[in-house]
Design a protein around this ligand. Structure first.
Ligand SMILES: Cc1cc2nc3c(=O)[nH]c(=O)nc-3n(C[C@H](O)[C@H](O)[C@H](O)COP(=O)(O)O)c2cc1C
Length: 203
């Protein structure tokens, strides 16, 4: 009989994201963050392509990258007050560390569908969330508008074929997050059985 790890299962069964706005200092130190990212890298990856990469924003880099959000918001919404654009520039400052998980598919690997490569980037985001959780930190996977903006992507150094899979905000948390309504097991899980064969046509 396989041996379960009840403590790990208990933590996963209560898993919750912590809102980026509720994340506070301290963030993970270099060594802890590295360990988290090593876990993020260890995801299912059909064909061993490593179709993702990670950009770390911490310290002043968060405000510097935020300037791109601010400028882009102002360009996209000239009718809006300048204060709103300034607020956009503060997004990365919500948490001590922000990891940009970049989906970086290999277009020459024609045997591995693009979909699978992108799913692997999503799995990397989830592994990173779980690594943060098990390291005692809170984290949230966000996209928001700037994950989909090519101008912002270029500022972050993404190539044309790359996309942001998620911004994973990581930090400490003061209070545990409240429970969130989940779909029920019954609503989402069924056991497959072969479809009923109707009466044979033509007999
Ligand atoms: C790909 C992806 C993008 C997301 N982007 C956002 C977002 O932009 N804004 C947001 O409020 N939540 C977003 N979420 C949801 C949060 O990550 C998180 O799931 C939510 O806050 C609920 O917390 P939970 O993880 O405890 O269910 C996104 C989730 C995924 C998977």
């Amino acid at each position: 009989m396989p041996e379960a790890i009840p403590a790990a299962l208990e933590i996963l069964s209560r898993r919750r994201s912590v809102k980026a706005t509720d994340l506070v200092e301290p963030g993970p130190d270099e060594e802890t963050l590295r360990a988290m990212l090593e876990i993020a890298i260890r995801v299912p990856d059909h064909g061993k392509l490593g179709p993702w990469r990670f950009l770390v924003l911490r310290g002043p880099a968060r405000a510097e990258a935020g300037r791109a959000l601010s400028a882009r918001w102002a360009a996209l919404h000239p009718e809006e007050p300048a204060e709103r654009a300034e607020l956009e520039g503060l997004r990365f400052l919500r948490a001590p560390v922000v990891v940009v998980v970049v989906s970086s598919p290999n277009r020459r690997a024609v045997k591995i569908p693009m979909w699978e490569q992108e799913l692997s980037a999503g799995a990397a985001c989830q592994n990173l969330l779980n690594a943060a959780l098990f390291s005692g930190f809170g984290a949230q996977w966000l996209t928001e508008w700037y994950a989909y903006d090519r101008d912002v992507a270029r500022t972050l150094g993404l190539a044309e074929h790359e996309r942001v899979a998620g911004f994973v905000y990581i930090g400490s948390q003061n209070d545990p997050p409240e429970e969130r309504k989940r779909p029920t097991y019954e609503a989402r899980v069924t056991s497959w059985s072969p479809p009923d064969e109707g009466p044979d046509e033509g007999q």
